[in-house]
Design a binder for this molecule. Structure first.
Ligand SMILES: CC(C)(COP(=O)(O)OP(=O)(O)OC[C@H]1O[C@@H](n2cnc3c(N)ncnc32)[C@H](O)[C@@H]1OP(=O)(O)O)[C@@H](O)C(=O)NCCC(=O)NCCS
Length: 237
């Protein structure tokens, strides 16, 4: 669907990108340039989310939260089509009969926010590439893998660590299960940056799933990662 061509002028600028990944999966990314006041004027929230917004301490968090609603509007949804489960995972109300999609995932990082809409369970993450990821790398990457990665140059090392983190967040967002350890249960197979995709395995509670992961750069130092739940379960290993 040629969404971009149908954009109202006020959407054109902060809408950073739309990726039609396949006929049933769409990613929309917002570059947050508006003030809180502007966004707040343009977005209508349901009662629960209004309370959440009011309780947010940071202006950037509030703007990100509101910008996600701008993205929903672009895809013909509104905040009233969304609800959160007890863990904080967002869902679309199934009774929305105009709905093209059944699943949603949300991310925001600094001046970017994004949603992914699909008919498969989906997870999305945007991360800023930062040196400080090195300090926590041992918490989410196994030692052997970390040793291999450290042999790469500094920039590649940071970018790959950021992708790995994003992969684990995205899979976690799909599964939404207590007890998943990023380090012990999710493994990302070796990949090259120019491949823009990778394979990750989740081994958790007797379940084995293999995910194809898609990654790319936003501006120069933000990483976008998304994935979908595989349609059929691969055999246990
Ligand atoms: C919940 C979590 C996935 C959010 O990720 P994040 O990078 O901090 O923040 P993001 O901006 O990318 O994502 C936030 C969005 O995730 C969604 N989200 C929150 N909890 C979720 C859950 N349990 N499942 C799926 N999605 C969730 C929400 O939509 C939220 O945005 P919103 O509330 O404004 O709508 C993350 O904080 C988390 O708990 N991770 C697992 C903990 C863990 O194991 N950490 C690793 C230790 S090494």
């Amino acid at each position: 669907m040629p969404l971009l061509s149908g954009l109202k002028p006020e959407f054109a600028m902060p809408l950073y990108k739309i990726i039609d990944h396949n006929p049933t999966t769409r990613i929309l990314i917002w570059n947050i340039t508006e003030s809180f006041e502007q966004l707040n004027q343009e977005v209508q929230l349901n009662e629960k989310n209004q309370l959440r917004l009011n309780g947010m301490k940071s202006d950037m968090h509030q703007r990100a939260f509101l910008s996600v609603r701008k993205l929903l509007t672009l895809a013909d949804y509104s905040d009233f089509d969304l609800y959160y489960d007890e863990f904080g995972k967002p869902h679309l109300h199934s009774e929305n009969c105009h709905s093209e999609f059944t699943e949603v995932s949300i991310t925001h990082s600094h001046h970017f926010s994004a949603i992914i809409l699909s008919n498969e369970p989906v997870g999305i993450d945007i991360e800023m590439q930062r040196d400080k990821i090195i300090k926590i790398a041992h918490k989410f990457v196994k030692d052997g893998e970390l040793n291999r990665l450290q042999k790469r140059n500094h920039t590649e090392y940071i970018k790959k660590l950021t992708i790995k983190w994003g992969v684990k967040e995205a899979i976690f967002k799909i599964r939404n299960e207590k007890g998943i350890s990023f380090k012990d249960h999710i493994n990302v197979q070796p990949f090259e940056l120019n491949e823009q995709q990778a394979v990750a395995n989740l081994h958790f509670n007797g379940l084995h799933r293999q995910y194809t992961i898609y990654f790319s750069e936003l501006d120069t130092n933000f990483t976008l990662v998304y994935t979908m739940e595989p349609q059929s379960q691969t055999p246990k290993q």
